[in-house]
Write a protein that binds this ligand. Structure first.
Ligand SMILES: Cc1ncc(COP(=O)(O)O)c(C=O)c1O
Length: 362
């Protein structure tokens, strides 16, 4: 049907978002950086206790927000819940970005920064990570002189796994005098670093969090924005009244109250990540140092054929040939048995047809 609707130019120029693959539940899901060990059993118990009355009521946020904020060592004024990490990023566009104003990103990175920027008609200033996925610090400091409205940095970065050094972060914050700096810590728990305490010193700093990764609650869509009270008050003005559902709140509290399960998962990821990277390196596959629950690897020119074979065997990885280079892939660190199965399949294919991997450099 022909439609003549006054759609915004930025929308007119876009294609519809291609929804990610479905039908993944019975496969080895090493493609979305999910917690494949699953959340704390306490979450299921807490959800089962929800009453009919609670489900009929609009959610009340004050008490749960206060309790969840306390887990992060924060006052409720410094903490805002959002509908997933994606929503925690979108709100910066509503609060700071007019059509034509600019945002700054360092690619390859999480694609939602670019995605929202395109929808909002923002200009996108892009820096690239180096050949070895080094963070483009000097370029970034120079780019901040142009006063972009928002700088988005995933720390650790997805898909490179790169973690900023404290001194680098300090330099960025000192240079960002007229820019909101969003530290997206979706994978912060795996890195051992968080910029959260820095909000008390830098009013331009915002930390974005998600419960999809370490807490294993991707289906429930819960995220958060953390900043000093006055800066967060500005962002709050762009939020709808009921962004978060009650089930997500109940689940998040139960997950946070069971620190031991999360810590076990984090420790397991770190061990498996080191072991798996070493095994890939033995096969001549280049890997990049990662501070997250995934690993970026370069399998070289024959990588794409390998990834297809693995997919046929029900092992899903996130190929990055298109945006980083042929043979690049991001591999989520799953359970021990998932990683062993993946390695076995890679080795088998390797014997059948050794691919030309990038030469080992370290
Ligand atoms: C860097 C980064 N930020 C934010 C998110 C968003 O997470 P969610 O919307 O599931 O909370 C992701 C998800 O993959 C991510 O990789």
């Amino acid at each position: 049907m022909k439609v003549h609707l006054p759609v915004r130019k930025a929308i007119l120029n876009r294609r519809t978002y291609e929804a990610p693959a479905e039908g993944r539940s019975d496969k080895v899901r090493l493609d979305f950086n999910e917690n494949t060990s699953g959340c704390s059993p306490a979450v299921r118990r807490a959800l089962a206790k929800l009453t009919t009355k609670q489900l009929a009521m609009y959610p009340e946020y004050q008490a749960p927000t206060r309790r969840i904020a306390r887990h992060f060592g924060l006052r409720p004024e410094e903490f805002m819940l959002t509908n997933g990490g994606d929503d925690a990023l979108r709100v910066f566009f509503d609060a700071f970005v007019d059509s034509g104003s600019s945002i700054l990103i360092c690619e390859p990175t999480f694609p939602m920064y670019r995605y929202y920027a395109e929808i909002y008609g923002a200009r996108i200033a892009v820096l690239r990570h180096g050949r070895d996925m080094e963070f483009p610090l000097e370029g970034l400091i120079a780019a901040l002189r142009k006063k972009p409205r928002v700088l988005f940095i995933a720390n650790p970065n997805n898909p490179t796994g790169t973690l900023l050094q404290k001194e680098e972060l300090r330099r960025i914050l000192k240079a960002a005098t007229h820019t909101a700096v969003v530290m997206d810590e979706a994978y912060g728990e795996f890195s051992g670093f968080t910029a959260v305490p820095w909000i008390r010193k830098y009013p331009q700093l915002f930390v974005a969090k998600t419960f999809s990764k370490v807490a294993g609650l991707a289906a429930l869509r819960l995220g958060a924005v953390i900043a000093c009270e006055d800066s967060l008050a500005l962002v709050r003005r762009a939020m709808p009244p009921f962004p978060v559902n009650l089930a997500a709140l109940v689940a998040a509290e139960a997950a946070l109250n069971d620190r031991a399960t999360m810590q076990r998962y984090v420790n397991g990821v770190k061990q498996l990540r080191a072991w798996f990277a070493a095994e890939l390196q033995k096969l001549g596959v280049k890997t990049y140092a990662s501070a997250a629950n995934f690993l970026l690897a370069n399998f070289g020119p024959n990588g794409p054929a390998l990834f297809q074979k693995l997919e046929k065997q029900g092992i899903l990885l996130r190929e990055r040939s298109k945006d980083i280079g042929p043979g690049f892939v991001r591999i989520t660190i799953g359970t021990q048995s998932e990683m062993q199965r993946l390695l076995k399949s890679i080795r088998k294919e390797w014997k059948a047809q050794p691919w030309t991997a990038t030469p080992k450099r370290n």
